[in-house]
Design a protein around this ligand. Structure first.
Ligand code: AMP
Length: 234
């Protein structure tokens, strides 16, 4: 599409292996560009905290490092997407399988709301286990801190609310290995599928962009520049 009359909407997927910084970087985009994001894992953790039926199922899957069923995840995300159909948004941690990608594409096609960017975070796996062992999370909001790169202002407390931080029960070496295996077998084939697609606003540009680095601080300037170039109105 050409001519400058088309409003470019950021409808972005943040993909990458567990612990690659998807949540941290989505939160930075929200802060700098005012774009809302939905974190699939946080939707599940909300259900766990509130003791719903879905929460019980999610708790088992998360503890085992297993993925939740595709249709369940699509329903959860679709409710949120419906409220955001007129806005820019980022999906963090969804889709994670080829089945979820297919369900999402049907949902977005029906809503006339095409994806306009997929960012694939490439962080060396050797660095990631250490990072998740140093991760502290403010569970109600999903805000994450890293004791080395991004510590809270007061140790153990969330910067905004002053509430206590916790470690996630799946941030341990055994569960992490299963989450990484699920990433290789189920998520990587989906990422390959997105590699073949083009930007809906400029056929000469790929939809998916790889962003490599060892830390979110290293990746952030490149990501910031990419969004400014592709979505100058944000
Ligand atoms: P995350 O917070 O993204 O690391 O996700 C934590 C856990 O929630 C995963 O290990 C899965 O058990 C579950 N989960 C999160 N997102 C999805 C998804 N898109 N599909 C299936 N399960 C998910």
């Amino acid at each position: 599409m050409r001519g400058g009359t088309v409003q470019r909407r950021l409808r972005m997927l943040m993909v990458g292996c567990p612990g690659s910084g998807k949540g941290t970087l989505s939160a930075r985009i929200e802060k700098h560009f005012g774009v809302h994001f939905i974190t699939a894992g946080d939707l599940l953790r909300w259900h766990i905290r509130h003791g719903t039926e879905l929460g019980k199922q999610a708790s088992e899957s998360i503890r085992a490092g297993r993925l939740m069923p595709d249709t369940t995840m699509m329903q959860l995300v679709a409710e949120k997407l419906h409220d955001m159909r007129e806005t820019d948004w980022i999906l963090d941690g969804f889709p994670r399988t080829e089945g979820q990608a297919q369900l999402l594409s049907e949902e977005l096609y029906a809503a006339h709301c095409p994806l306009s960017l997929v960012v694939n975070l490439k962080v060396p796996e050797s660095a990631i286990l250490q990072r998740i062992l140093q991760r502290w999370t403010h569970m109600p909001s999903g805000r994450v801190y890293n004791l080395s790169f991004n510590p809270p202002k007061t140790p153990g407390l969330d910067d905004l609310t002053g509430e206590p931080l916790e470690t996630r029960e799946d941030d341990n070496p055994d569960t992490f290995k299963k989450r990484i295996d699920a990433f290789h077998t189920q998520t990587e084939p989906m990422i390959q599928h997105f590699r073949a697609l083009r930007s809906p606003y400029d056929e000469s540009l790929p939809l998916l962009v790889d962003m490599a680095g060892s830390t979110s601080n290293e990746i952030w300037p490149k990501l910031h520049q990419l969004i400014r170039e592709r979505f100058p109105d944000l």
